[in-house]
Design a binder for this molecule. Structure first.
Ligand code: ZN
Ligand code: ZN
Length: 238
């Protein structure tokens, strides 16, 4: 690569980072003004109160720290509840690292048109803390809360793929979709015992548009990790 091109791409990268940072600042000002940015390198760190909003206005808040990677939305922001209000256990959707299990990220990416940071702040994050607030009062989760861990992932991915949340089915679909193009000689996942080429090839190609191979590979990796299966390293292409 020539020096000129390298400089150009470094400048481009800087511009992208700056505009992402600006979008985070704007989203916070607009919808969560009790949060503030305390660091911008190498990741964006946000501290403060996350305020729950209802029809009658704000009604409660959680102290939080958000760690936001500039590669958003490829990487999900990490969210920590810092007020000591939520017990740090899986039953309350807290991950082993102590961060909040806000949403199944790949599911959100696959199902949501608008994946801006602002949308994250309004959507999944609000839903998460609203769920926690509800749990504190009722001792149960509101509608549609997924199980934590592997079961929850199977439910979420089954939903994205529109198949039953059974381990072998979801894994097979994800393995198929991980290929850049579904291989015609693979058995069709519908269980007909016939090659894909002669069966549901069209449907699978449509699914591929919603769940591109790069996303499928990440889902497969996440699922295998959560199921305690070995995670295969990607083959290096010759
Ligand atoms: Zn969870
Ligand atoms: Zn089929």
């Amino acid at each position: 690569m020539s020096d000129a091109r390298r400089t150009h791409s470094a400048a481009e990268r800087q511009t992208k980072r700056a505009s992402f940072l600006a979008s985070v600042v704007a989203a916070i000002e607009q919808s969560q003004p009790q949060l503030s940015i305390v660091a911008t390198e190498p990741t964006i760190i946000v501290d403060g109160n996350y305020v729950l909003q209802g029809p009658g206005g704000p009604f409660d808040l959680y102290e939080v720290r958000l760690i936001i990677d500039y590669r958003y939305p490829t990487y999900a922001p990490k969210v920590f509840e810092t007020g000591g209000r939520i017990p740090k256990d899986a039953g309350r959707h807290i991950n082993p690292d102590g961060d909040c299990c806000v949403t199944v990220w790949e599911e959100w990416l696959a199902k949501t048109q608008n994946t801006t940071f602002s949308q994250f702040l309004w959507g999944p994050l609000h839903e998460f803390f609203l769920g926690q607030w509800w749990f504190e009062i009722k001792g149960e989760w509101p509608f549609g809360q997924r199980d934590h861990g592997a079961r929850g992932l199977l439910q979420a991915y089954g939903d994205v793929l529109n198949v039953r949340p059974r381990q072998e089915i979801v894994l097979y679909y994800l393995r198929l979709l991980s290929q850049d193009w579904p291989k015609g000689h693979w058995l069709c996942p519908c269980g007909s015992g016939v090659n894909l080429r002669k069966c549901h090839r069209q449907e699978l190609c449509e699914l591929h548009e919603r769940v591109p191979s790069v996303l499928a590979r990440r889902m497969l990796r996440q699922l295998r990790l959560n199921l305690g299966l070995a995670v295969r390293h990607r083959k290096v292409r010759a």
